[in-house]
Design a protein around this ligand. Structure first.
Ligand code: DLL
Length: 434
């Protein structure tokens, strides 16, 4: 089923016409209402009327996270404050928070896009959704919540935390769909096992997981342990929140971008030049319909590849590959670039290891060092030291062979790495202290 058959299946030329119309109106709007953009346009010598085709997008200036921080809290809002009906904010790990505001129409659009996303995942109005994304300034909880209501399904607003109670609710309320981060899904499976509740045997059918990078290997684990179809959902608060793009259950082959609302490009992160579909680049979004805080060419730092081939599910929207890392999560270990997700793939494929891991980055002299700490499963834990050492060297060898970096590998006890209720913390960077 497709929720918004008209907009999700628009032929390419009609989609582009709609995008252009919206882009032109957007440029007029931000030029008139946001001094920051007026200045940026003027500096580039571009006027809203210069945008005559979608190709002219490249004339427009980029926006980045620092711009949002510099304009903290409300400097990029394009409407008077009395039209803002909701604020969200993302704390980030460094620097000031970024703040976003939504008008009534923004909230309605977001609900509709999340309703589209639920249907793309295989859910329907008849389903009940256990929503374990955090409620609050984070966009996950309320974003999914309003989507369930727009669809007319039942929302169970659990939020994050109290994990044993969550397992009880999964058993007692028998929801069809769960929303949470992929790392939390595994924590739920593990907690269920401890409580003697096998989530696989419950009616739960679909998981909608996002807010952090995960891999296909992790998907298989989650699908097996929870007995569900695991769907990847992508979004970021600056652009809207969850629901910017989602996989369809029919293909699970790339995430459909809601292109009538968000114009996507991929660029070379160094030069800023646009790269062609099929080539990896940094994802850049222009919000076509947002009123509260519209953004022009926002650099997400997320790396992906666009695919314009229509999908077998019937949607014609451009798809993006699973985001395997942010350019700022990339580690450079002795000159070699490594993403946590690449290490994750190697760990998950190794017998006896779990997907619970952390990467400790340090410095010795002038060189960066990497230590991979990964939990073993119970069976492996009760094995002899010799076989543990064998696994350690095997993982070290695979990391060296496939990724080209030397890492120390340390197997740790089951359940010794702290579980996260939201986004997992994969990297511990001790370089500043060294
Ligand atoms: O994480 C919004 C969200 C909530 C998305 C719930 C999906 C589900 P932020 O806190 O602003 O917003 O973080 C956005 O998280 O730029 C990516 O780096 C990362 N991210 C989000 N979804 C995915 C995903 C929410 N499916 C940042 N795969 C983004 C990989 C993701 N990374």
């Amino acid at each position: 089923m497709i929720y918004d058959i008209q907009n999700e299946t628009l032929p390419r030329d009609e989609m582009e016409k709609l995008q252009l119309r919206r882009l032109q109106a957007l440029c007029e709007r931000v030029y008139a209402n946001v001094p920051f953009y007026r200045k940026k346009f003027d500096e580039k010598g571009v006027k809203p009327t210069d945008i005559k085709s979608l190709k002219d997008l490249s004339l427009l200036p980029f926006t980045n996270k620092q711009d949002l921080r510099d304009q903290y809290p409300f400097g990029l809002f394009a409407v008077p404050k009395d039209q803002i009906v909701r604020i969200h904010s993302s704390s980030g790990t460094t620097g000031k928070a970024t703040v976003v505001g939504y008008t009534k129409r923004d909230i309605t659009n977001w609900g509709e896009l999340m309703a589209r996303s639920f249907v793309a995942s295989g859910a329907s109005a008849a389903d009940a959704v256990h929503n374990a994304y955090g409620y609050g300034l984070f966009t996950g909880g309320l974003g999914a919540h309003y989507g369930v209501e727009a669809l007319g399904a039942t929302v169970i607003p659990v939020s994050g935390g109290a994990t044993r109670r969550q397992v009880m609710l999964l058993k007692d309320f028998e929801p069809d769909v769960i929303c949470c981060t992929p790392s939390y899904a595994l924590f739920l499976a593990e907690t269920g096992e401890e409580m003697g509740i096998d989530i696989k045997k419950l009616p739960l059918r679909i998981g909608i997981f996002g807010a952090e990078p995960w891999t296909d290997e992790m998907r298989l684990q989650i699908e097996k342990r929870l007995g569900i179809t695991a769907i990847d959902i992508y979004g970021l608060s600056e652009i809207m929140g969850p629901g910017v793009a989602i996989e369809c259950w029919e293909a699970q082959d790339g995430l459909h971008i809601q292109e009538d609302h968000f114009l996507a490009e991929t660029i070379d992160p160094e030069s800023g030049e646009t790269v062609a579909p099929g080539e990896e680049g940094e994802l850049v979004f222009t919000t076509l319909t947002k009123e509260g805080i519209p953004l022009i060419r926002y650099r997400t730092r997320d790396l992906t590849t666009l695919n314009t081939i229509p999908c077998k599910c019937g949607r014609s929207t451009t798809r993006m590959k699973r985001v395997t890392g942010r350019s700022d999560d990339m580690l450079i270990i002795r000159g070699v670039n490594v993403f946590p997700s690449q290490i994750e793939s190697i760990l998950i494929e190794t017998e006896g290891l779990t997907p619970h891991y952390q990467l400790l980055v340090g410095r010795q002299g002038n060189l960066d060092t990497l230590e991979v700490q990964v939990e073993v499963n119970e069976a492996m834990f009760s094995d002899e030291i010799k076989s543990l050492q064998r696994v350690e060297s095997k993982v070290m060898k695979n990391i060296k062979e496939f990724l080209g970096v030397t890492a120390k590998v340390k197997l740790v006890e089951p359940k010794s790495i702290e579980r996260s209720l939201g986004k997992a913390k994969r990297i511990i960077d001790n370089r500043d202290e060294a």
